[in-house]
Design a protein around this ligand. Structure first.
Ligand code: CA
Ligand code: CA
Ligand code: CA
Length: 400
């Protein structure tokens, strides 16, 4: 069939396509390299330097319009996806050209791809007591979806594996019109809802930060953050991790129902007096033990010493008094309650009927405790002697 033969000749010749827009050139090249499929595998594409002209050589009969539509559809970077006019000229092997034919290309898409969500660097660090929330992904979260222009991202969810939900939480300090953001403190979950591009969602998800204001972050000291996005049909998930560094908080002492200093008095010649009737020891780090307590006399106080009431001193601790340093040291790893009892048992001794001036009659006693890392502030207890009224003795000498 001559007509058919003429047609075959045209089909097997080089086909030159003049494109009215330049952007498709790079896309077409990229597409043929990376995403060759059944249609394009039979087509060879050359671009000229002006970037507005494509030379498509074909070996097998295919519908050229399909090729162009497919190429256009695959063009991820197209800014507006408005219809384009393409002008085509077909040249046979003798160089004879057809009249120019114009094709309007309308972009259509199918939501066939799941969004690709990735966190390439997964680890964020948070240090206890930091006032600043720490960014979780630091820009290392990426989100793409080849068909996002036709099928935008519809919602995202961010889930913190909080152990003290309420004392630790996520923040997003950024907003976009049209995206509704809500956070649920009780389970550490953000919900983002609203159609938007992958760029907008990527930006929001890269702005998620974590803050923990607990004095003792709950162990284990790591958390995970799960990101989920959906284009309405497909969802994708990525994970990031947070490692928390715990900081030791110093223990502290309150005596006699909440004071940071105390006063007791003793009658001279009384022998001894208890320094406190109540000691409370606190440590923000709930799990911390106390390892040591010291009670020290003023260095000038040479006529007093410290000891403890053995009947109420708790078992599990040891106490020894260093006379030259005038310090009672209580040791043993134990709870704050046990140390409280030990400190309540401490007694101040001064057996002189007329205590020396040091430099006044008042004596100072310093009390402190230590956890495994740090010493508390010192609590000072002022010990004042009460003078006994001296019996006035009159001596009469009678001379005969
Ligand atoms: Ca999609
Ligand atoms: Ca702490
Ligand atoms: Ca502590």
């Amino acid at each position: 069939m001559p007509g058919s033969s003429e047609s075959e000749e045209a089909i097997q010749s080089a086909i030159q396509v003049l494109l009215a827009w330049g952007e498709a050139v790079e896309v077409l090249k990229r597409f043929t390299v990376h995403e060759a499929n059944a249609i394009l595998s039979s087509v060879t594409v050359h671009a000229n330097k002006s970037n507005t002209r494509l030379l498509i050589e074909r070996k097998l009969p295919v519908n050229l319009k399909d090729v162009i539509l497919l190429v256009a559809y695959k063009h991820h970077g197209m800014p507006d996806y408005l219809p384009r006019i393409m002008h085509m000229v077909v040249t046979d092997r003798n160089g004879a050209k057809s009249p120019t034919v114009s094709i309007q290309v309308t972009f259509v898409g199918t939501n066939s791809h799941a969004p690709t969500l990735k966190v390439s660097q997964q680890l964020a660090h948070f240090t206890e007591n930091s006032a600043e929330a720490v960014n979780i992904t630091n820009g290392f979260l990426s989100l793409t979806d080849p068909d996002h222009v036709f099928y935008p991202i519809q919602w995202a969810r961010i889930i913190l594996s909080c152990l003290q939900c309420g004392e630790e939480r996520l923040f997003i300090k950024k907003s976009y019109d049209g995206i509704n953001v809500s956070y649920f403190n009780f389970n550490g979950t953000y919900f983002l809802k609203g159609n938007a591009s992958t760029e907008v969602y990527r930006d929001l998800l890269n702005n998620v930060s974590y803050l923990n204001w607990a004095k003792e972050p709950r162990r284990p000291l790591n958390r995970s953050v799960t990101f989920v996005v959906s284009d309405g049909v497909h969802t994708s998930t990525a994970l990031a991790k947070i490692v928390i560094t715990n900081v030791n908080d110093n223990p502290f002492i309150l005596i006699n129902g909440g004071e940071k200093a105390g006063k007791v008095s003793f009658e001279e010649g009384q022998d001894f007096v208890s320094l406190t009737n109540q000691v409370q020891i606190f440590d923000e780090d709930e799990g911390d033990f106390i390892t040591k307590a010291t009670v020290a006399l003023d260095s000038k106080d040479l006529d007093s010493f410290l000891w403890y009431n053995a009947t109420i001193f708790p078992s599990g601790l040891t106490a020894k008094y260093n006379g030259s340093r005038r310090t009672l040291t209580i040791e043993g790893k134990n709870t704050r309650n046990v140390y409280s009892r030990a400190l309540v048992s401490v007694q101040f001794y001064n057996q002189l009927s007329s205590p020396a001036l040091v430099p006044s009659h008042k004596r100072l006693v310093a009390m402190a405790v230590e956890d495994q890392e740090a010493v508390s502030d010192i609590v000072i207890i002022e010990v004042s002697p009460l003078f006994k009224v001296q019996q006035l003795v009159a001596h009469y000498y009678f001379n005969n």
